[in-house]
Design a protein around this ligand. Structure first.
Ligand code: NZQ
Ligand code: ZN
Length: 388
């Protein structure tokens, strides 16, 4: 069955080798004053920073650099919004991975707001406007280039929030797979695990259809096949291109439209892990995935494992024992990508499990009609303990 849904993506995707030559034409629609945002310097190493400056010789560029993985409200969003106001910025140009894009989305909204920006991000105040945002993606993972989400951490209060507003959809996203050749094995593996999880979060939902299931299985197969090639041969254009496009689609809603309540429980758990211990998002998800699957496995959910087993691992699932084999196959797949499959290996301290479970229930809520399977505090604690 396909349940009712409403869907809109106003973002233009410009995909392929050499596409950023269109950047000046795109930006000039918005104005001359550009805030260029980027991270710790990877864009300089791959020559993209110089390429952007060459293309934008007729624009006034102000820079915000040093945006952190798991981007921080303080200082990055605060400083970026301040620069926008001070220099009368017309458009934000984000160049980097999901963290740079997410941070830039929050900056674009906070630049148009005079109060405390965290009120927008935490949902206390409704977002009513944002500066236009254009991006050049350098890491295939989050799908931030094609969605209206932004995940921002506020270290002082151990909080990591998924913020969403139609105003922060990128206007245009440039996707040139060559810029991802330099992505490390670790980030390639974690980015793929993140995108796989986006599909799984949508798959474990109340409804399904031949169409939804088909798109999701194709997405998972594409990621699982191409990541192996990219890890082996980082400059394989075709593999990087397919990874990039699949990651872009995986979080945008296209695969999930009509599947009804899911709740994205693994992301709720991971956001607490990153907020407390600043771990890499995709690694946290890969570790949680098999433990969450074991927690929710029952006669009610068994049907969901049949297709996963058949399509991804050639496992015929007839009973709960067979489904456990599928769960083990996911564990082994993530392990084969080089992801350590225990949270303690990523620096997570077990003494915070109880506090994190309370935090998840309070801020992300894994209980209620929006969930495919409810997780109460005891369930969250079990998943986290099993993941250690
Ligand atoms: O900072 P630089 O120097 O650019 O280095 C980055 C960073 O260290 C590096 N990198 C990026 N492109 C590279 C590169 N290194 C070499 N070559 C390149 N071409 O990779 C490191 C990680 O970058 P980051 O942007 O943090 O990774 P990712 O794209 O996985 O983003 C993760 C963030 O996105 C959020 C996560 O929670 C996390 O904060 N998410 C955003 C979502 C969304 N907006 O819809 C959904 C996701 O579920 C996720 O929560
Ligand atoms: Zn994610």
């Amino acid at each position: 069955m396909i349940s009712n849904f409403m869907y809109e993506t106003p973002t233009t995707l410009v995909f392929g080798e050499g596409v950023i030559k269109e950047l000046p034409n795109v930006l000039k629609k918005y104005g001359k004053n550009v805030l260029l945002t980027y991270g710790g310097g990877s864009i300089k190493k791959i020559g993209l920073y110089d390429e952007v400056y060459k293309l934008l010789k007729d624009f006034n560029i102000v820079e915000l650099n040093g945006i952190e993985p798991n981007p921080k409200y303080d200082p990055s969003v605060i400083n970026g919004a301040k620069l926008c106001k001070e220099y009368n910025i017309d458009v934000v140009l984000a160049v980097g991975g999901g963290s740079v894009l997410d941070c830039s989305k929050a900056i674009a909204a906070c630049a148009k707001y005079d109060g405390e920006g965290w009120d927008l991000i935490s949902g206390k105040v409704e977002t009513k406007d944002a500066l236009p945002l254009v991006d050049i993606l350098t890491l295939a993972a989050t799908g931030s280039e094609f969605d209206c989400g932004s995940v921002i951490s506020y270290t002082a209060i151990n909080d990591k929030r998924a913020y969403a507003s139609p105003f922060i959809f990128p206007k245009v996203s440039f996707l040139d797979p060559r810029y991802t050749f330099s992505v490390s094995k670790w980030q390639t593996a974690c980015g793929t695990a993140d995108a796989m999880n986006h599909i799984l979060e949508s798959y474990f939902a109340k409804y399904d259809s031949i169409l939804n299931n088909g798109m999701m299985m194709a997405g998972l197969k594409s990621l699982m096949h191409n990541v192996k090639i990219a890890l082996e041969k980082p400059d394989d254009y075709d593999a990087r291109a397919e990874l990039m496009y699949t990651c872009t689609l995986a979080c945008n809603g296209i695969f999930a439209n009509g599947t009804g309540p899911s709740g994205w429980p693994m992301h709720s758990i991971e956001h607490a892990l990153s907020a407390y211990f600043d771990i890499t998002h995709g690694a946290g998800l890969a570790i949680i995935t098999p433990r969450w699957m074991k927690e929710i496995l029952s006669e009610k959910t068994l049907g969901k494992f049949v297709l996963l087993g058949k399509e991804l691992f050639d496992i015929e699932v007839k009973n709960l024992k067979d489904a456990e084999k599928v769960i083990d196959a996911f564990y082994k797949f993530f392990e084969s990508l080089g992801i350590p499959m225990h949270l303690k290996e990523t620096g997570v301290d077990a003494s915070k499990i109880d506090e994190m479970a309370d935090h998840i229930l309070e801020y992300d809520s894994t209980y209620g009609p929006h969930m495919y399977v409810n997780l109460d505090k005891a369930a969250l604690v079990r998943i986290l303990k099993e993941s250690m």
